[in-house]
Structures are given as structure tokens and as C-alpha cells.
Design a protein around this ligand. Sequence first.
Ligand code: CA
Ligand code: CA
Ligand code: CA
Ligand code: CA
Length: 244
Amino acid sequence: MDFGVFPLARFMRHGSIPEVTRLKLGDFNADGLSDVAISRLRVEDLSEPSIKSTFYIYLNKGGTFPDRPSEEINLDGIVEEPLIADFDGDGRDDIAVQRLPFGFWQVVRIKVFGSVDLLYEIYYSSASGTHSRKPDVTRSANFAFDLKHQSLSLLAGFSLYSDFDGDGRLDLLQSADKGSYAVLLSRDGEWASGRMTVEAPSSFLTFTEDLNGDQKDDVVIRYAGQGEMDSTLRVLLTPGAEKK
Ligand SMILES: [Ca+2]
Ligand SMILES: [Ca+2]
Ligand SMILES: [Ca+2]
Ligand SMILES: [Ca+2]
């Protein structure tokens, strides 16, 4: 199968992206061998733009890959790249996508309330490394912004790849509005089900890392193009366990 490469010259010439492919590795069947996920985003019809995203999964057969994909996952709309990690903690890597759903109500929301719902869809991997046609879990986190003050902070900073309570399960962090983040902790076997708010000016440039070695990820926020906060760095340490 020929996926080609993303031709920058073609992009410059046509002013559009006819096709974008990306390759990610993950172990979907937990056999210790990395499998391959190739995502392809393409505009089907330029006169009436319809954007389709497809993920092709190639399972690693002892160091070789089949000629044809082991499976295909088709999605409508812009899903540029799959986000891969073990979201349900069963040892098998799963596939997540972040989407900006477009539709009438979403446009009303943006115009009237200055907010959008960012959608996270998770496809859990089965024991054989395959996925269901529809997402197993969907989470929506609202992001509100100030239309008058356009800046980098308009774009939601998020992380799917962090464990804030140190239980070994991945949690979700996402900008909620200009002044806060939403932290969605994984609880009772459910990914990103608990929700709390952390008051801190949000930024697109949000990173997570365990900075003090307590096995809980902390948050580093860099502010750029945000007025008086410009060129500052803020570190939020995750609170420690209560002392008895
Ligand atoms: Ca594998
Ligand atoms: Ca999993
Ligand atoms: Ca966790
Ligand atoms: Ca920490």
C-alpha cells in the first residue's frame, strides 16, 4: 500500500492539504512487539470539501508486517493523528482521537457563549489487537474563550498522557477557560470520569512531567503572547497524600 509522503510543495501550490499521513507505534495486542498505526487525512472532494480520516492498523507478526492492514478505522472529519496509550490499564495500547465536532449547535456555542466542546473518543484494543467500529468511550470537555482577546490561549492545551494521582492510570488535563484547567481523573475503571477544576491561567503551551519524584505528574505552563503573563513559566505541583 502506497501512502506517499506529505508534499509541502503541493501544499504551497494548491493552498490546501490533499493528504496528510502519520505513523505511530503502539503495542495493541500486548505481545511485546510494536505494532503500527498509520493515519491518513484526506480531502475527498475539493469542490464540496468532505474530509475523511482513516487509521490503518498493521499488527507486528514476529518482526514482519502484513501487506494489507490488519484493520481500518474510518472517521468523518478532521482527525489528524491518533493518540496512543493504554487508557484502561489492561496492558494493551489503545487509540484515542481528539475532535472538534462541527455542527449547528457548535457554531451557536462559539458565537453566543464563546466556547466549544472538545471531544475525546477512545477505541480500546481487544486481546487480538483489534478495535470496535464505534468508540468505546467518549468524553467531552468544554473550552471557553474570550473572542475579544485572541491569543495563543484560545487554543486548548491538553494532555492525555499524564497520571496526576499516581495510581498508574492515565488522566486527562485540558484548558477549561482563560483562567482554569479541568483535570479528569480515571476512577473505578473508567477513563477520565472524575472532574475537578484547577485555577490557573491556561495556555496552549502546557506540559506535564513528574518534577518532584512522587510518581504524580505535575504541570508546567508557559505563557506566550498573553499580555502581562508573557514569557513567564508556572509550575503546578500535584498535592501530596494527606498525612495521618
Ligand atoms: Ca503487538
Ligand atoms: Ca488498554
Ligand atoms: Ca491516574
Ligand atoms: Ca510530582
